[in-house]
Design a protein around this ligand. Structure first.
Ligand code: IVH
Length: 668
């Protein structure tokens, strides 16, 4: 490839990747598969590596994160980044409007925007002629930290605005909030707990911590996201109602829950709506921001040095409360992990009564310096389990007791074990009754085979009645025994048996998720099922092979190999199959429109890294086809060691010929 060829291919790839990233991260409407995106991305990286002179600031490769910084430099905000005044009740809206009217000295109709108040970190992004050139934190409002390299790694921040728009100002400073989705926050904290690192108190702290990493690669590894909520330069719009669609057209992500309102009553309605929706959202919001829509009026109303007078933050009721921690319980999970749970004197937080709160693990208890009898701060964030944030030392009487972590399993009495490298203490007895109970609950639950009528309560009941001792017993339940249970009858027994029967027809992905293997959740199970196709192949596999699967890391690979090496686990699986659990054979989904779509491969000679069957399967998985003999339809011939007549024939009819290494690179 010559430099001019590389240059034109790079331009083409960057446009394509930008377009696809925008569709994926901003519009949530991808056109191509992840694998195809990855293939384009890898091609970009390869060319840039060969021609470093052709690297540009807006290349999607910049999102991977460059070299670590020694320190952050200062970034001056040309227009100060102000804060917001807060209100806490609808009655305060009147005063807000009243103050505005007094300043305007008029009774003209006002219109508003009502916007979710994102609980993340405020940032400013500066675009020059559409190119992202600088990004910073709010800092003290006048001077923040230059975190450009880190902000480049936030997937939905456009590195170049999508516009040949004549109205695009030469310089455009936009402002918004960077946040960490709640799901990713939970996963991040779980990972930190397992590695013995201190936990982030909430998604906001996690986002702030992630953005202020000196190593942009560390930021890139966190799935941060961004929503724009304002501008700090002149724009070709008269009101916020015009601004948001304009920003969206430029490729900037705008929160879809922003509402344009003709009255404050309408804004109030939206507040109630957001308050209800709040716990279902994948990100935290802590209120709603109301802004006067017209820029001309905003200007006339003005700001104090601290906050604009034309906007207000209407906060949601606090999700934190004080409670007395009267004790600590230790729960045994399905993997044997011992989780300490705080027992609280009941307290109402955000409309729900909280009696228990997470303490995570021994290290966290120590780090927070908690004692039994402490008055503690409890936080309930959305649908996440409430957690103890910290003790309120000022309430201590001196009678508080140290928390002594047990040395033996509270359920089976066997000695607990805590590897030095992990924060988790475990019961290692596979026959531990508490673990078995949790494993059955998991297996039958939503993330597992999802057996209707076999929720945690009923599993506990059946275990107590000795009808269930281990997972396979689910498939041995019978009508007579069930119908005799307290509160059960023929009907409920029949219903459960029908659900159990239905659950026997399952898929490999579901079974894998149901087994409760460490680090194997629904997504990983799906990935494994797609890659391996059948259980036997997965059970035979090695750590090395697992590591070649996109999305499988070292911990997961080790956990899988360990799980399948265990005789008890192998027996469990064999027993399930014996009892009629059935998985359709070829579950592997060919990827329609995958990267090899339209290509037909023929293999000849001996391949050294994989068998011909495996190679053909991989091709099918990526959307291509495998041929059995040579014909004009074949597009690619992969020639292994000692390839013979087919290779000669292929060369004659002009088929693309690849050696094994080239083929492996093609399939990633
Ligand atoms: S407007 C001049 N809009 O709330 C107006 N702020 O408590 C200043 N925030 O520092 C900001 N969502 O980090 C605005 N839709 C939204 C917001 C929002 C979250 C944050 C922002 C600001 C803080 C003030």
């Amino acid at each position: 490839m010559t430099q001019p060829q590389a240059e034109s291919r790079l331009t083409n790839l960057r446009v394509q990747l930008q377009e696809h990233a925008h569709r994926y991260y901003v519009l949530d409407d991808p056109l191509i598969s992840d694998a195809e995106y990855d293939r384009l991305f890898r091609e970009l990286l390869e060319i840039e590596e060969r021609f470093p002179a052709l690297m540009t600031a807006d290349s999607p490769s910049q999102r991977v994160g460059g070299e670590p910084l020694a320190a952050f430099t200062e970034a001056v905000h040309v227009v100060p980044m102000l804060s917001l005044d807060n209100i806490f009740a609808a009655e305060e809206l009147e005063g807000f409007e009243e103050r505005i009217r007094r300043r305007l000295n008029s009774s003209e109709q006002l219109t508003w925007t009502a916007e979710p108040k994102m609980d993340g970190l405020a940032v400013e992004l500066i675009y020059e002629h559409g190119l992202f050139v600088e990004g910073s934190t709010r800092g003290n409002g006048l001077v923040g930290e230059n975190i450009t390299a880190n902000l480049r790694t936030v997937r939905n921040i456009p590195l170049r605005l999508l516009a040949s728009d004549k109205n695009l100002p030469a310089r455009l400073a936009v402002r918004g909030e960077v946040f960490l989705p709640r799901r990713d926050f939970a996963a991040l904290n779980q990972q930190r707990a397992e590695q013995g690192e201190p936990l982030f108190a909430n998604p906001r702290n996690a986002a702030a911590g992630s953005l202020r990493q000196l190593d942009p690669k560390a930021t890139a590894a966190r799935p941060l996201s961004f929503f724009v909520y304002g501008v700090a330069d002149a724009v070709p719009c008269q009101t916020m109602a015009e601004l948001f669609p304009w920003l969206q057209q430029l490729g900037l992500p705008v929160n879809p829950l922003i509402k344009f309102c003709r009255s404050l009553a309408e804004a109030e309605e939206h507040y109630r709506h957001l308050q209800q929706l709040r716990h279902e959202l994948d990100y935290e919001i802590d209120g709603m921001v109301i802004k006067v829509a017209s820029f001309a009026l905003q200007e006339r109303i003005g700001s104090t040095t601290r906050a604009p007078r034309w906007a207000v933050a209407w906060k949601f009721p606090a999700l934190e409360a004080e409670a007395v921690m009267s004790g600590v319980e230790y729960q045994v999970g399905r993997t044997g992990a011992i989780t300490p749970v705080a027992v609280l004197e009941p307290v109402s937080i955000g409309g729900a009564v909280v009696r228990r709160a997470a303490l995570h693990n021994q290290d966290e208890i120590q780090r927070k310096g908690l004692r039994i009898g402490d008055t503690v701060l409890v936080r309930r964030a959305g649908d996440v389990i409430p957690e103890v944030v910290r003790p309120l030392i000022e309430h201590r009487s001196g009678n508080e007791l140290a928390i002594v972590f047990p040395t033996d399993c509270p359920a089976c009495g066997s000695a607990l074990y805590k590897p030095d490298s992990e924060a988790v203490t475990r019961c290692c007895n596979p026959r531990c009754s508490a673990q078995q109970l949790q494993r059955i609950i998991w297996f039958a639950g939503k993330a597992g085979l999802d057996i209707e009528g076999l929720g945690p309560k009923n599993v506990e009941k059946l275990v107590a009645a000795k009808l269930l001792q281990d997972i396979p017993d689910i498939f041995c339940l019978n009508q007579a025994q069930l119908a005799q249970l307290d509160g059960w009858g023929d009907k409920s027994a029949e219903r459960l048996l029908a659900a159990v029967k239905k659950a026997k027809q399952t898929t490999l992905a579901r079974l894998l998720a149901a087994l409760g293997i460490r680090h194997v959740g629904e997504t990983t199970a799906e990935l494994l099922a797609n890659h391996f196709g059948d259980l036997a192949a997965l059970m035979r596999t090695t750590t090395e092979k697992l590591l070649t699967v996109d999305g499988i890391g070292g911990q997961t690979a080790a956990a899988l190999v360990e799980y399948f090496a265990n005789n008890g686990n192998r027996e469990l699986i064999a027993r399930l199959i014996e009892l009629g659990l059935s998985i359709p054979a070829a579950e592997r989904k060919p990827l329609h429109g995958g990267p090899l779509h339209g290509m037909i491969f023929l293999f000849t000679g001996t391949l050294s890294n994989l068998s011909r069957t495996e190679a053909a399967e991989r091709v099918q998985q990526l959307g291509g086809e495998a041929a059995s003999g040579i014909s004009k339809k074949v597009t690619h011939l992969v020639a292994g060691e000692k390839a013979g007549s087919k290779l000669k024939k292929a060369a004659e009819i002009g088929i693309v010929i690849l050696n094994e290494q080239q083929f492996l690179r093609l399939i990633g």
